[in-house]
Design a protein around this ligand. Structure first.
Ligand code: ADP
Ligand code: MG
Length: 326
């Protein structure tokens, strides 16, 4: 590929974890109920298999051309976007900087389609027998971008990023069954039957059995999820998950508000455990999806934070406290 498309690809595919994120989000957008992710050791192949809607045979190559599949046409669309991907950049970008194989079949189609692309160049396209859904294998990431390869962090650091990411995705989509294999070992397998079973699969039954349900509602704003008791607080934030309107986001203010609500119960320097789902009308939230991170802003941030505090206090202390508007 030319320099421009390599640079563009580098924006989307910063590291192996970004490949995993984009492929899993595509599987979720394809309405998959089951997603299997395999990541081999030492930057080996990354495989994502789903049982979603597949890609029509005559559109498979289109999926690899930049922006060709962009699901968005106007600013109004942007507000109402219901899929995780909408730029049509991920697959072309990944295929530009790796050797990628995709096998895909629509559930109703007689046969599937196999494509092989290396460095953005189509090497093979043929019909194959395949189960319904899509399988993508990404090998030799950055093989044609030596500068990027050199700046990859250690495999240890990278694989721990991938673990965090998949844990969070599996928690954000508890009705989807995730099976995650790292270096030949199954890390977790969520059953796809709800949030508590997903938490149990990821953090263990002992942790799950001590959690407190989180629930609060104020006007069009809804909060639900689970909260860990103070003893579950840790020195890191890997077990802090915020999902806003079905999107995994980072929001420091929410984490801060939840910690505040614990008051003196929270050991110094520790961060509480929570998996929190926020739902509110799209017009009250601005979700800015950068390929690498999802930042969210609320029209009324004070109200959101107040409801988070309220939900936590109610979970911890039981009684219903009146909301105080400051
Ligand atoms: P985006 O997700 O932003 O549309 P991508 O480059 O990630 O762009 O994917 C391009 C297109 O390929 C998607 O819009 C979708 O139509 C199709 N696609 C990708 N992955 C899958 C999958 N696992 N199952 C079904 N269709 C897929
Ligand atoms: Mg996508």
């Amino acid at each position: 590929p030319d320099t421009v498309s390599l640079v563009a690809a580098g924006e989307v595919v910063e590291r192996p974890a970004s490949v995993v994120k984009e492929l899993v989000e595509n599987a979720l957008d394809a309405q998959a109920r089951r997603i299997t992710v395999r990541v081999e050791k030492d930057f080996g192949p990354i495989t994502v298999v789903d049982n979603g809607c597949g890609i029509p045979a005559d559109e498979v190559l289109l999926a690899f051309s930049r922006h060709a599949t962009s699901k968005i046409s106007t600013a109004r669309d942007l507000e109402n976007i219901t899929t995780l991907g909408f730029r049509g950049e991920a697959l072309p970008s990944i295929a530009a900087v790796s050797r990628l194989t995709m096998k895909t079949r629509e559930p109703g189609a007689e046969e599937g389609m196999l494509v092989e692309i290396a460095g953005g160049e189509v090497l093979r396209k043929e019909t194959v027998g395949a189960p319904p859904g899509t399988q993508v294998i990404v090998r030799d990431l950055f093989y044609n971008v030596p500068a990027r390869r050199k700046f990859l962090s250690s495999w240890r650091a990278e694989s721990s990023h991938i673990v965090d990411l998949l844990e969070h995705l599996a928690l954000a989509w508890p009705e989807v069954s995730f099976s995650f294999w790292l270096a030949g070992r199954e890390v977790f397998h969520t059953p796809g039957t709800g949030l508590l079973p997903a938490i149990t699969a990821i953090y263990g039954a002992e942790v799950a059995s001590t959690l407190l349900p989180l629930e609060a509602e104020e006007g069009e704003l809804k909060i639900r999820g689970f909260l860990g008791r103070p003893e579950l607080a840790r020195g890191h934030r890997r077990h802090q998950v915020v999902v806003v309107n079905r999107r995994l986001v980072r929001h420091y203010g929410i984490a801060q508000a939840i910690a505040e609500a614990f008051g003196s119960l929270l050991p110094a320097g520790k961060h509480p455990f929570f998996v929190l789902f926020l739902e509110l009308p799209p017009r009250l939230v601005d979700v800015n999806v950068h390929p690498q991170k999802t930042v969210v802003r609320f029209a009324d941030e004070r109200e959101v934070l107040a409801l988070c505090r309220e939900a936590v206090k109610r979970a911890l202390f039981g009684e219903r406290r009146p909301m105080v508007k400051t």
